[in-house]
Design a protein around this ligand. Structure first.
Ligand SMILES: [Zn+2]
Length: 280
């Protein structure tokens, strides 16, 4: 009897091991696409066994840029170019500032726009009667967020200002430039289709509800402008950004490097903007 029980237990162990070691290919129909695979496993499966909750990840300061892209244009590039309809004509982006911004906040926004202007061929012009423009909104509970590229009409770029611990405060040059680059038409660098050649994503440290932020785009719908992967782009999340545990990396670079994610315009960011707005 004991022998039979031991034998059955062994079979159960083997079956569990087998189930756990199936690859994406093996479970085929359970994976919606190749994007659901990570290291040969189904991401959905990994999520299903995760005990992490999205709430835990939602408000932490290191999550400031999670889910900050409001739109997913049909013709787009995660690293660079959008369809011409989503670009700003002649590289001029009309803007308006919410009167609710304080004097110092307005100064910081204008300084951030100037930083982009002086390094690239893009111009920011105060809106007069242009029909398409960006409205910088001093939002409440909106986080820091922007549409990607020109949408037509008034489009709102949210810059939440909060001094409360754990609440988003978008009032810093890095975030303002990052959101403005979304409005100009740029996505996150880590969404490039070739990113797995450059970074390993640590899915275990990303809440299921935020994993879409790390989806790759298909080469059919994007272009990288032929530029190398830019680890220090202002459009690349940092090593720990988006992580449930801020002390555990979200990205591991291949090969290892100290820094991932930029806090200012990188050389490559400048080249990308100019390639989009003043191609020679
Ligand atoms: Zn972003």
């Amino acid at each position: 009897m004991t022998k039979i029980i031991s034998y059955l237990a062994l079979i159960v162990v083997v079956l569990i091991y087998k189930a756990d070691s199936r690859t994406c290919k093996d479970v085929g129909e359970k994976c919606k696409s190749n994007n659901d695979c990570n290291s040969g496993r189904c991401r959905q499966k990994r999520c299903a066994i995760s005990t992490y909750t999205s709430d835990k990840a939602l408000r932490a300061p290191h999550q400031l840029r999670l889910g900050d892209m409001k739109t997913q244009p049909s013709v787009s590039s995660y690293s660079g170019v959008l369809g011409k309809n989503n670009r700003w004509k002649n590289g001029k982006m009309p803007y308006e500032l919410d009167p609710a911004f304080t004097k110092s906040e307005r100064k910081l926004i204008l300084k951030s726009l100037k930083t982009i202007e002086t390094s690239t061929c893009v111009d920011f012009v105060k809106r007069k009667n242009q029909k398409d423009w960006v409205y910088f909104d001093r939002g409440v509970d909106q986080g820091c967020a922007s549409d990607v590229g020109r949408q037509g009409g008034k489009q709102i770029l949210d810059l939440e200002v909060s001094k409360k611990k754990g609440e988003p405060d978008c009032m810093n040059e890095e975030t303002i430039i990052h959101e403005t680059l979304h409005a100009l038409g740029f996505h996150h660098e880590q969404n490039r289709y070739d990113r797995d050649n450059y970074v390993t994503v640590n899915w275990d440290n990303i809440a299921c509800s935020f994993q879409y932020n790390f989806d790759k785009e298909s080469p059919d719908s994007i272009t990288t402008f032929g530029l190398p992967y830019d680890y220090v782009s202002i459009m690349h999340y940092g090593n720990n950004e988006g992580g449930i545990d801020p002390d555990v990396p979200v990205f591991i670079a291949k090969p290892k490097r100290r820094k991932i994610g930029g806090d200012k315009l990188s050389r490559s960011d400048i080249v990308k903007i100019n390639k989009m707005y003043c191609p020679k």
